[in-house]
Design a binder for this molecule. Structure first.
Ligand code: ARG
Length: 457
């Protein structure tokens, strides 16, 4: 097999080694970016006095043809093609002849692949941002439709205090806002152009790297050629950001799996977002949520895999770096499913307020009873203890808190007065938490408005 780098080799590559070495199978995804980078480089070589403008025009037109062949599936890959870079250059030279061989002047696949990958990732970041925004929008719609619908709130998965659907669903909105911020940072670190770093030591031709950056939409250029070819922080940053999205979706999934169970029954999944059992006719399974939860592990695996690859490497290019792309592509592909599916699932979700109401039992208001005593001047620690005794009294009698009379309460403490039993009221409990972030209707409305602002932002 003849390779683009074959000059110093007396014999061809072993077939299995060729297959092992080749990355075409997955870096074909960088075709569009490879061609864009090559067009910019050809123009850069004119500025550097390497190519005449007509030569560059010929090369750029030839690259346009290669691009078309790739886009419409007419491109014929050759068994000698090692990666997308060699495939494009080979085909270019077939189309334009010997002048095609001038394109690689002053450039290496090392700065080329780093450039292509960054360009691809910039596009991927835009996609992920759009999917995230749509999911945030779906959460807002769900919150708005049932902003003040009471439901039990949990800590340790035990009944804690009443919250509302809007409050709960927006608790899944803000993590995604932080993911958006992380995404912005990934974008910023990715938009640094390594082209012009050569193999490791820079390029010997006076190419205007800033002009290349401008042409390709990068906001800065790398300052050290060794770092330029070896920096994959942006890929790790992307995977960390993707892992956090995965984790946030997993948490939402886990909660919806619980809420859709017969025991909770707070929500019903749309048929389009659930599946049946091959054996049990009655089953409606939350597979989409379970898969979303499961795939979060896969994204984390991609992050750990890449970090492990990077950890032992010196600066400059090493072939280990070829292992950078698949985990990133896989994380992106996973998000391309989980994010839009979660948005669709939320938009078709049915709530069951009657099931939530059944679970709104009086013990959820124990803190409110303690707060009542606090308002009578009792220190909170003491109030907490007294209400604990009230709870015990009710438990010993096997009745709910609301079955206790004022006389019963007074056996625990004389400090319980007329208004004490009035705290057993869900709406007033919700309304009392009016500080920013709380359950009161005006606090929830303010939160919803803030969320909308973030999304329209
Ligand atoms: N396919 C390679 C990669 O993805 C391109 C760079 C190859 N460079 C080299 N010196 N062999 O990393």
């Amino acid at each position: 097999m003849s390779k683009l780098w074959g000059g110093r080799f007396a014999k061809g590559t072993d077939a299995l080694v060729h297959e092992f070495n080749a990355s075409l199978r997955f870096d074909m995804r960088l075709a569009e970016q490879d061609i864009a980078g090559s067009k910019a480089w050809a123009q850069g070589l004119v500025g550097a006095g390497v190519l005449t403008q007509p030569e560059a025009d010929t090369i750029i037109a030839g690259l346009g043809e290669v691009e078309e062949e790739l886009a419409n599936g007419r491109f014929q890959f050759d068994p000698t093609d090692e990666d997308i870079h060699t495939a494009v250059e080979r085909r270019l030279t077939e189309i334009v002849g010997a002048v095609g061989g001038k394109l690689h002047t002053g450039r290496s696949r090392n700065d080329q692949v780093a450039t292509d990958f960054r360009l691809w990732l910039l596009g991927a970041c835009d996609q992920v941002a759009a999917w995230l925004t749509d999911l945030q929008q779906a959460l807002i719609e769900s919150a708005e439709a049932n902003l003040n619908l009471p439901m039990p709130g949990y800590t340790h998965l035990q009944h804690a205090q009443p919250v509302t659907w809007g409050h709960w669903i927006l608790s899944h909105f803000w993590p995604l806002t932080r993911d958006q911020e992380r995404l912005g940072q990934v974008r910023q670190r990715t938009a640094v152009l390594p082209l012009g770093s050569g193999a490791l030591a820079g390029t010997a031709f006076p190419v205007d790297r800033q002009a290349l950056a401008d042409a390709l939409g990068f906001v800065a250029i790398s300052q050290n050629s060794l770092d330029g070819v070896s920096d994959r922080d942006f890929a790790a940053d992307f995977l960390y950001m993707a892992t956090m999205i995965g984790l946030h979706l997993s948490r939402l999934s886990e909660q919806l799996v619980l809420f859709s169970s017969s025991e909770f029954g707070f929500v019903r999944l749309d048929d389009g977002y659930s599946t049946g059992s091959s054996l049990m006719p009655q089953k409606k399974n939350p597979d989409t949520l379970e898969l979303t939860r499961g795939k979060s592990g896969r994204i984390l695996g991609n992050l750990v895999g890449l970090l492990t690859t990077l950890k032992g490497l010196p600066s400059s290019y090493d072939k280990d770096l070829q292992e950078d792309k698949e985990p990133v592509f896989d994380a992106f592909d996973t998000l391309s499913h989980t994010l839009p599916i979660m948005a669709g699932l939320l938009r078709t979700l049915t709530l069951r307020p009657e099931r939530m109401a059944q679970q709104l039992e009086p013990s959820l208001l124990s803190t409110d009873l303690a707060d009542y005593l606090v308002k009578q001047g009792v220190p909170f620690r003491r109030a907490h203890h007294l209400v604990g005794e009230v709870v015990q009294l009710a438990e010993n009698r096997g009745v709910p808190l609301t079955a206790l009379t004022l006389t019963d309460l007074k056996t625990v403490s004389e400090l319980f007065g007329e208004g004490a039993t009035a705290v057993f009221n869900i709406p007033s409990s919700l309304s009392s938490r009016s500080a920013t972030g709380g359950t009161a209707p005006e606090a929830l409305q303010a939160q919803l408005n803030a969320a909308k602002q973030v999304v329209s932002g």
